[in-house]
Design a protein around this ligand. Sequence first.
Ligand code: ADP
Ligand code: MG
Length: 371
Amino acid sequence: MDHIILKDVTKRFPTRDGGSVTAVNNINLTIEEGECFAFLGPSGCGKTTTLRMIAGFEDLSEGEIWLGDKPVSIKKKNHYVAPEHRGLGMVFQSFAVWPHLNVFENVAFPLRVKNMNRTDLNKAVTEALKHTSLNGLENVYPSDLSGGQQQRIALARSLVVNPRIMLLDEPLSNLDPKLRESMRFEIKQLQKKFNFTIIFVTHDQSEAMAISDRMLVMDMGNIIQSDTPTTLYNKPTSKFVYGFLGLSNFLDIEVRDGKAYPTGEPERSIPFEIPEEAGSATEGVLASRPNEIKISREETTGYPVVVEKRLYQTFCIEYHVRIGTQSIRVHAPHTNVLEEGSTAHIEFKNPRWYPHESVEDERARVERQVI
Ligand code: ADP
Ligand code: MG
């Protein structure tokens, strides 16, 4: 049983001014056996702190953590299992390899600590090196290897103890984009082979979506939404999640007589049905993705806009169009050429409604970012 359960987990850190910061705020979460689960969120939202509490490097302020059927942290009972007895593999963002040890000894390190006999140790290290394509490099020192190879050493070292759960904290952030993609794939392959449970921490939304079976989005210590990548992308429950998961336009809207008007546009309403959850709100935002807006010259049922700017991109043409006093981005196929300065018509394919975000929230989020 390799599932992970967090019950009402809170972590507060003291701050220099004598106060405290709630790094993780009463989170509840179950990660199933064999699942690849991503934690996504901006810097300072509490991802690393959560991972460190699961690993046992950080005590809890409140709550419980269970790995499989075993409680590993229960604050109320002061019950705490040390990291080395939690059966975890871990890889962190910085290449935590020892420069004075060659590849073999770096990978063998956790087994030497355990006093494993030589035959078993050689066998385990050889296996781990093979699975991370490092065989043949046993005697090389890390400084003679590339960033990707160094991160593989860290991966091999976490594999060598045959963990049932892998905790990966931004393991690919220091690699170049091409390498990141191939390493993502390798991690998934390893998971298939060994069937361990993975928590993968990242601030990169496409990485989270590509790698995970399920994922959560955190903000200021809270879990905002947790679901499959598809549901999160298509049905974000808040403006914050919408904006975090892909390119987005947020059009300010005023509601008059049940109709939606772009702020600054007195006459013409947008064909958009205000959802029930908006209640009696008189303003809000209409969220849309640039590739989910149809744009054409013809006057159909679309909303008239002015093409302000046209930018050729490799995968589309990007138009900046003026709607009332606001500007939004539209991605159209290369065949759809419109002139700058001309009038066009747009249709929102899958627009969503959200209330405005409070200014205090935005300010608090910036304050939490750790440099
Ligand atoms: P993330 O990994 O999502 O970037 P962290 O978990 O590192 O976020 O940090 C969450 C919050 O907790 C931040 O506001 C950070 O400043 C604070 N924090 C993290 N570790 C410590 C610490 N050891 N002491 C004090 N504050 C900390
Ligand atoms: Mg972090």
